[in-house]
Write a protein that binds this ligand. Structure first.
Ligand code: ADP
Ligand code: MG
Length: 238
């Protein structure tokens, strides 16, 4: 069961407080989008959930267990980044399987897990290539495959489509929605793009200046923005 709960989470960098009073309970299998302008703290919050950034205050629970000091590898999460973060000297296959190999999983077991992941993302013909020989969209598919093969309970995405052109953004968005549904994961997706938020989210968490401005279904936020900021960011109904 992969609920994610943020209880009064706070983040400071030295004297700078970039996150405060962040309270959120995400249901098992929910698709939540953190939406907000650049610099509002979306990545910082996601990285704290992933364990890539220390939590300054409050509690983080995944599946009901406190995670504040837990290693990233032991949280049941996998993350996809904006810049793909692939290893340039490794083949596509090695990029996808490296994490499992390092975890000491047997070769035969890795092959078994690789097949459906490669199939789901249409990567079969690219396995021997290096990332630099792939388009941006293909590279991001590899990054998603690398996350997926960990069979995470919680999938974290940080602006995964921002570097892609509009057409690819559309098709990969559909794939991400399908994977979320098929894999029955809980997903947290960071973006500054309201269209992505509206089409992917069960629930949007609208953020401003390191705190939650409003949350609700896309319809609720669109129809009933609670503040001038929300209305301006989402666009008001006519
Ligand atoms: P977003 O992802 O919404 O664009 P970020 O989470 O990257 O926002 O940043 C939130 C705030 O935290 C910004 O003001 C940013 O400058 C600040 N910040 C992020 N990382 C650091 C850091 N390592 N040191 C100091 N300030 C940081
Ligand atoms: Mg960011």
């Amino acid at each position: 069961m992969a609920t994610v709960e943020c209880r009064g989470i706070r983040k400071v960098y030295g004297a700078l407080e970039v996150m405060r009073d962040f309270d959120l309970k995400i249901d098992d299998h929910e698709f939540v989008v953190f939406l907000g302008p650049s610099g509002c703290g979306k990545s910082t919050m996601l990285r704290m959930i992933a364990g890539l950034e220390e939590i300054s205050g409050g509690d983080l629970l995944i599946g009901g267990e406190r995670m504040n000091e837990r290693d990233p590898g032991d949280r049941g999460i996998a993350m996809v980044f904006q810049n793909y973060a692939l290893y340039p000297h490794m083949s596509v296959r090695e990029n996808i399987t490296f994490g499992l190999e390092r975890a000491g999983i047997q070769k035969s077991a890795i092959e078994q897990r690789l097949a459906p992941v490669v199939e789901a993302l249409g990567l079969g013909v690219y396995l021997a290539r290096k990332p630099t020989e792939l388009s941006g969209g293909q590279q991001q598919r590899v990054a998603i495959a690398r996350a997926m093969i960990k069979t995470p309970e919680v999938f974290l995405f940080d602006e995964p489509l921002s570097n892609l052109d509009a057409k690819l953004r559309g098709s990969l968005r559909v794939e991400i929605a399908r994977l979320h549904r098929d894999l029955k994961t809980t997903s947290i997706y960071v973006t500054h793009d309201q269209l992505e938020a509206m089409t992917l989210a069960d629930r949007i968490v609208l953020m401003k200046d390191g705190r939650i401005e409003q949350m609700g279904t896309p319809e609720e936020i669109y129809q009933t923005p609670a503040t001038v900021f929300a209305a301006g960011f989402i666009g008001t109904p006519n």
